[in-house]
Write a protein that binds this ligand. Structure first.
Ligand code: AMO
Length: 442
């Protein structure tokens, strides 16, 4: 008999079916036992005799044969795709026995502290609500791809082993590389830009590595970056327009495909007007000062509380939970940023903030070889460290720009998760690489 999935059972009313899955929950009611069987499509209720149910318990892997029957009206579960039916089992095969669970997995919520969620990651990832996070993330990443493919972008695979630090700063993992040394990529930045010299429009979905020295709720040491870069732009605002298109495309796909997952988190797609507002850094800081009295007007960046405040402002006053913040300080940005010709202290750089958190950075990049070389030196880099990049621009690259969205940041923010670690299948941080580093034998 071919396998039937839990969600397909209503189509097979009255038929004999073979189901394969995990015991999600077992409920004993005297002469009758109910099992919620879980497979990749969801849950279905199985009715068994105590003899057939034997010692089955949560997470046992079973093959069950039985007849699909209608549930009595008062027992229909509208929250389940299979909620109109149940399966009366006549044969149960135990395929893989599970050990006793360390906690109850049967509730709608797991209600576990974060360390437990991470210590038991492979088990926790079986819970429907945890799975919903990664279904949303998969749809989000796929929508990013679809949006850019529809605009004639080429997907590329970014290298992870790199010879230099494009973004500057100390947050980098350095490791011995044969007789030399190399770094784990902080960003595919230089590669996506130099590839504009070859393909005009490129994007990549890749891991980035940041040696974040502190534990925060929004930083991982290994994150997923959604990078895009395009050439022949007439203005830096084209980058922002492209990003707006991509983000709205992602929202549309999430609305279409993830209604049930969003509902589990009582989450909604962020509200945005026809045009997402753009506010210059200094103007944003002035608004924050006016609203809160907190004087951040000379700061080089927005602190987390400033990001929250400016998003509150745009939500209340402009009906937008997203806002672009532009014109960060040139000197505080990497060497490739394009200074605003009207005031070169500030750059054509633009971050996207959503519901109080930074979702992305981007902007226009320098394309003139001589200016790039000058910036490389001013920024204290060695030209030979970025030789491949310089080579591309030596041979002609059009005006260009791009952006990078953080997949875990967006997932966390859209679903209202408290910690970015919940939005990473296998989060890495200062204290953990799968297991707590403190638990490893030296
Ligand atoms: P930036 O450093 O701002 O920009 O990174 C882009 C986006 O990636 C996400 N992100 C992170 N997410 C989780 N943990 C981290 N440690 C982490 N670091 C970054 C954020 C962030 O907005 N080269 C530029 C992009 C560009 O200009 O195209 C860059 O890397 O969502």
């Amino acid at each position: 008999m071919t396998r039937t999935l839990a969600s397909q059972t209503p189509e097979k009313m009255g038929e004999q079916v073979l189901l394969k899955g995990w015991v999600h929950v077992r409920r004993d009611h005297g002469k009758i036992v109910f099992i919620d069987l879980r497979d990749r499509s969801g849950l279905v209720q199985i009715v068994l005799t105590p003899k057939l149910a034997g010692h089955l318990h949560a997470e046992d892997v079973v093959y069950i044969t039985g007849q699909v029957v209608a549930r009595p009206d008062q027992l229909v579960n509208p929250k389940l795709a299979s909620g109109t039916v149940e399966v009366r089992a006549d044969r149960v095969e135990l395929v893989s026995k599970a050990a006793k669970l360390p906690f109850d997995m049967g509730g709608v919520d797991l209600n576990l502290e974060l360390p437990t969620l991470l210590d038991y990651r492979s088990l926790v990832l079986r819970h429907p609500k945890v799975q919903a996070i990664f279904k949303v993330q998969a749809v989000l990443i796929n929508a990013f791809r679809e949006a850019l493919l529809s605009q004639d972008f080429l997907e590329f695979q970014a290298p992870v082993i790199i010879p230099a630090i494009p973004e500057g700063g100390a947050e980098v993992f350095k490791f011995p590389y044969f007789k030399s040394q190399a770094y784990l990529s902080q960003s595919p930045q230089l590669y996506k830009s130099l590839l504009v010299g070859a393909f005009e429009r490129v994007f990549s979905v890749n891991k980035i590595f940041r040696a974040e020295p502190s534990v925060t709720t929004r930083h991982l040491t290994e994150a997923t970056s959604l990078d895009a870069e395009l050439g022949f732009i007439d203005s830096w605002t084209e980058v922002q327009d492209l990003e707006e298109y991509v983000v709205k495309y992602i929202f549309a796909r999430l609305s279409d495909k993830c209604a049930a997952e969003l509902a589990l988190f009582h989450a909604t797609i962020p509200q945005v007007p026809a045009k997402i507002p753009v506010i210059k850094l200094r103007d944003a800081q002035e608004i924050i000062f006016q609203r809160t009295g907190r004087d951040c007007r000379r700061e080089k960046d927005l602190a987390p509380e400033d990001e929250r405040e400016i998003c509150l402002y745009t939500t209340e006053k402009l009906g937008s939970e997203l806002v672009f913040i532009s014109h960060f300080l040139t000197a505080k940005k990497p060497f490739y940023v394009y200074p605003d010709p009207e005031n070169s202290e500030y750059a054509y750089s633009v971050d996207l903030l959503g519901r109080g958190v930074e979702w992305s950075s981007g902007g226009q990049r320098l394309h003139d070889y001589a200016t790039i070389l000058e910036h490389v030196k001013t920024w204290g880099l060695q030209p030979e460290d970025v030789e491949l990049y310089l080579q591309s621009f030596r041979y002609g690259v059009p005006p260009l720009g791009g952006f990078a969205l953080g997949a875990e940041r967006m997932t966390m923010n859209i679903l209202g998760l408290k910690n970015i670690r919940e939005a990473s299948l296998f989060p890495r941080d200062l204290e953990r690489v799968d297991v707590r580093l403190s638990s490893l034998k030296k």
